[in-house]
Write a protein that binds this ligand. Structure first.
Ligand code: SAH
Length: 237
């Protein structure tokens, strides 16, 4: 019904505006950790533009613009919007950059990256999630995103090198393949830690000498980056 949709849209616009100001506030509050008291206008514009309600389970759509992580089945989550904004900002993306993401999930972070970069390559280890995210991104018109079912520990060698790499699942240390597939001058944003322990978000830059210089950003809680998934239940998104 057209009338209903108009009401939904205006509610959604309000929720989205509230979300943007919450992200701004949280960026200010965490400046002593991250060194970034405000995110770039390009990043905030991308967060504003991506229809997050299309990336969460339908039963959850009313809550899509609340600044919290959401469950997507498999005990997996779709990241909190502030964390998506922070990690995206830390990548310092330019419009022609090639970006690799590990952990596609429902594809929300990939869509935000696609608003800012030239090409996005995203690897997801749960086949059903990779397939549904690829379909969703295609339907929403994100043509510069390629999703592949695979193991993120290997990166995506055929598409390397990358200007930026983001991991949205946490390994215990930086996978060699990711370090290798980054260009000199490239940025890597990654949570590191033991499963079920607090992790630390790192921002690393690859020097001309091929060494990674890493800085601690913020304690975070991501799902572990796993070697292999045996559970093949249907995802909720
Ligand atoms: N980027 C998503 C959040 C994904 S949650 C968003 O925007 O909301 C983390 C994802 O990492 C899960 O979908 C999980 O299945 C995936 N994952 C875990 N280990 C992985 C691995 N080794 N390779 C690729 N994906 C992995």
């Amino acid at each position: 019904m057209a009338g209903m949709n108009a009401v939904d849209d205006s509610k959604r616009d309000k929720a989205r505006a509230r979300l943007l100001s919450e992200i701004e506030r949280e960026a200010r509050d965490t400046e002593s950790w991250t060194g970034r008291g405000a995110f770039s206008p390009r990043v905030m514009e991308a967060i504003k533009k991506v229809p997050r309600h299309d990336f969460v389970p339908e039963s959850d759509a009313a809550q899509a613009y609340v600044n919290r992580p959401r469950s997507i089945g498999y005990g997996q989550t779709i990241s909190q919007p502030y964390i998506v904004a922070l990690m995206t900002d830390l990548l310092d993306l330019g419009p022609t950059d090639r970006v690799l993401e590990i952990g596609t999930g429902c594809g929300y972070q990939a869509a935000v990256l696609a608003e800012l970069a030239g090409a996005v390559f995203s690897v997801e280890t749960v086949k059903a999630l990779a397939e549904s995210a690829a379909g969703r991104l295609r339907r929403l018109g994100y043509r510069d995103v390629e999703v592949r079912h695979g193991d993120g520990f290997q990166g995506w060698p055929e598409k390397a090198p990358f200007d930026a790499i983001i991991a949205t699942a946490a390994p215990e240390r930086i996978p060699d393949a990711l370090a290798r597939q980054l260009k000199p001058g490239g940025r890597l944003v990654i949570p590191i830690g033991r499963p079920h322990d607090t992790q630390m978000l790192y921002r690393c830059v690859k020097g001309e000498d091929d060494k990674l210089e890493c800085e601690k950003m913020l304690p975070v809680a991501f799902v572990p980056m796993v070697e292999r998934i045996v559970d093949e239940r249907k995802p909720l998104c």
